[in-house]
Design a protein around this ligand. Sequence first.
Ligand code: AMP
Ligand code: MG
Length: 354
Amino acid sequence: MNTKIVKIQSKGAPFSAEEEDAFRLAGEILKSGGLVAFPTETVYGLGGDGLNKESVRKIYAAKGRPQDNPLIIHISHLKDIALIVKDCPKAARRAAESFWPGPLTMILPKTDMVPYEVTGGLDTVAVRFPSHPVARKLIECGGGYVAAPSANLSGRPSPTTAKYVVEDMNGRVDMIVDGGDGDIGLESTIVDMTVSPPRILRPGFITKEMLEQALGEVDIDETIIKPDSGQAPKAPGMKYRHYAPRGELTIVEGPSQDVIAYMNEAAAADRASGEKTGIIGTSHFLASYCADVVKCVGNREEEETIARNLFTVLREFDDDGVTRIYSESFDSQGLGQAIMNRLLKAAGHKVIKL
Ligand code: AMP
Ligand code: MG
């Protein structure tokens, strides 16, 4: 398949005449069952018509994604939810008022309009109303209901820049819209609104604390924080390994001086046995690390920067051919919870506690 790559430089309306043409073409592709990758405020999405079974099958095929891992349907107007959601509880309406458009996905009971292909056979549907102007316009042009998982091959880190979308999806989709770098860098927070209290199934930029402020009590799925709790995951996708770089990633947790000493020794030993080594550190400790490639993921005090950089840093280690990676650990509170959730999955839960 020949993939058309277009750039949208405007950050919002008004778009240039060429950009309007690109949106029109993207809309036609989506409406006729094709696939378009596009930027959102979280990560790049791989979009297809969410109400069309054939498009949905193509999304799974392009990503190599297991069929029981359901997709999120993206809308561009709040009122559009009525066609795909059977009934919207009060808490969901309140959450929509507080966090939409934005990086929040809600699980709600689906109507018959939503094919089971998109929900992995479930009677619920995941819905998000993104804030990114390019995403919103594209959804509108594409008919209003765009199913879009992250635009990476299944299991790889989600793409936060168009370069990595092209790397994974060139030749597999009809069009890639390059809209620059994502703001947030981590996928949306997913909350199950069919239970009371609402339950977080995937942590993200909208934290538990923020949700509680708007909704009162909110639960968090045990398996997010304790992967070995023995519980079956509630969101089907939670059981799969995710976000992994090609190199083997290990998280090292403990007092900073011990972490630095451990990582430097481990990297030296790995290098002696022929591995190319990498370290993911925060700015304050960066000068103390010694490995083939040392990357700064941000400043510990600025978790938003760490969130934005994490997937890019993981991908950059692949670009550099690094085979063994060690990373500092992060606080499991607030946004740190989302950061640690992704890092733990990327590491296949390999953690050294000092
Ligand atoms: P991704 O497309 O990679 O951002 O992942 C979307 C996530 O949403 C998947 O991991 C799913 O498990 C979750 N999800 C989507 N639909 C549902 C649903 N109806 N019930 C529970 N989780 C869902
Ligand atoms: Mg994904």
